[in-house]
Design a protein around this ligand. Structure first.
Ligand code: SF4
Length: 486
């Protein structure tokens, strides 16, 4: 869509709005010429204490025009925020004038729509005031406003329990048995890259041990541990033992609230591996069926059946983990609202204390896009989520964290639901950027957080590059130590 600006150059907010509200459209900065049928013209008229924004959208024969006015107050920084808000709001309202339906999250285009909620609650606003802000200033639907209020409050609770030198630790295992159709992670199929695993484990153990020393030197406290991927349980039991031993021996875990390990694919779960996890004090495992429909599992390239998930859950339950999570995805290829409902009901029957409901995101590089697999439309995905929320609440779950990704079906969200006492704190820490995350392994993204200050460093993306270039993680750990003034 062509973008024409008058009186401003707020490209970022307009581009974010464009891509969220008109999926598939990309910004083009060229003059409109006869024959064009998709453009947006955004005009800002700014005086010392007032701003008027007019957005005109022209899209395949439809037209929507809206003018949005608001007072300008405070510092130059405050005014910049107000201008951006006015432009985003005006763009959204002009789209509404075109007769297009409202979106669940209104004009909020970011990854964490509950972030303004946490900030407003922390600033002393009442839940009613925050709800009103979401619905009238951001045009969020009442059901999403309720969700954001609950998850925003959970983030505030988590933040209040953290101190300035608290961190979380992430370990990445970028291997999986096969590649799922919706995946764009840098996860390697173990069958194809079997030889990479042993040197990867050696390198990881070295990085974890060095990281433990650095964290001790800096006087930091580990509050949560998360091992994800990929699928960590693609490692053998002795390999898992080595990695977890390195972690448990290198870090003081006396203040660590939880140790979570993703055991995502049932075809990687064995009693021996679960025993290793238990021995190292793992408090939560995550078994991720994504669907309990066998034909959908086949369509997404998982080499297991719903029956395998039942068997894996039996093993997990026998081991007696304190917490268990199960992930489902709404909107998978070949799934239907009825199929999704069956999947969720079967998952609820396991009685785990965590269930995470993702909405399919169409990621670049995924097989779904590369092979053009057909997926359920936004109405079907809405029907799936409309069933999930009330069913989970009825079964005793409440939402505790949520986030959005680009290119999600119907512009919905991913939500972590837990029963009382089942919160996975790591998920809140990372999504709400409440503390630093020290990441180990290929593709590890370390985030250093200190109030509003955020710095990032990245490990090499691919396992081979990671094992061959330890200097990169050494540099990252030096940057982490420097961030904490050590
Ligand atoms: S299990 Fe996860 S990381 Fe592995 S291929 Fe599937 S989506 Fe990707």
């Amino acid at each position: 869509m062509k973008l024409i600006f008058h009186g401003h150059d707020e490209r970022y907010v307009v581009e974010q709005s464009l891509m969220a509200l008109f999926p598939g459209e990309l910004p083009v900065y060229e003059p409109v010429v006869p024959g064009d049928d998709a453009w947006a013209e955004i005009t800002c008229d700014e005086a010392s204490d007032h701003l008027a924004v007019t957005a005109g959208l022209f899209y395949h024969g439809a037209r929507g025009v809206y003018t949005y006015g608001m007072p300008l107050t405070g510092s130059a920084f405050d005014r910049e925020g107000q201008r951006r808000h006015a432009i985003g709001a005006c763009f959204y309202l002009a789209r509404r004038e075109m007769g297009l339906p409202d979106l669940p999250w209104g004009m909020l285009t970011g990854v964490r729509p509950d972030k303004p909620v946490t900030q407003a609650l922390a600033a002393g606003k009442t839940p009613q005031e925050v709800r009103s802000m979401l619905e009238t200033e951001y045009f969020v639907t009442p059901s999403r406003a309720s969700l954001a209020l609950e998850t925003g409050a959970a983030a505030l609770e988590a933040a209040r329990d953290l101190s300035a030198r608290d961190i979380a630790v992430y370990v990445g295992i970028p291997f999986c048995p096969t590649r799922c159709a919706y995946c764009s992670f840098v996860s390697q199929s173990v069958e194809k890259s079997f030889s990479l695993v042993p040197p990867y484990v050696d390198a990881l153990v070295a990085e974890i041990r060095a990281g433990g020393e650095m964290v001790r030197r800096c006087g930091l406290r580990v509050r949560a541990f998360y091992m994800g991927g990929g699928t960590p349980t693609t490692l053998t039991a002795p390999q898992l033992d080595r990695v977890l031993s390195a972690f448990c021996e290198s870090f003081d875990l006396s203040s660590c609230r939880e140790l979570t390990v993703e055991a995502g694919r049932p075809d990687t779960i064995t009693a021996e591996k679960l025993a290793v996890l238990r021995r190292h004090g793992v408090t939560r495992v995550s078994v991720n069926p994504q669907t309990m429909e066998d034909h959908v599992l086949r369509a997404i390239g998982r080499r297991h059946t719903a029956g395998d998930i039942e068997n894996a859950m039996e093993l997990v339950n026998r081991c007696g983990f304190r917490h268990v999570n199960m992930d489902l995805i709404a909107g998978l290829p070949e799934d239907t609202p009825e199929g999704f409902i069956r999947s969720l009901d079967r998952c609820l029957a396991f009685g785990t204390d965590n269930v995470t409901i993702h909405t399919l995101a169409l990621k670049k590089g995924s097989r779904i896009l590369l092979e053009g697999l057909s997926v359920p439309g936004p109405e079907d995905v809405a029907a799936m989520l409309d069933y999930a929320g009330p069913a989970l609440r009825e079964a005793g779950y409440a939402p505790y964290y949520l986030y959005r990704q680009k290119y999600m079906s119907g512009s919905f969200e991913n939500i972590g639901w837990s029963r009382s006492g089942g919160t996975c704190w790591y998920n809140i820490y990372i999504m709400s950027e409440l503390c630093s995350i020290l990441s180990f392994g290929a593709g590890g993204s370390t985030k250093m957080v200190d109030g509003g200050r955020i710095q990032r460093s990245f490990n090499p993306k691919y396992p081979k590059e990671y094992t061959e270039r330890p200097e990169k993680w050494r540099d990252n750990q030096a940057a982490f130590a420097a961030f904490y003034g050590s």
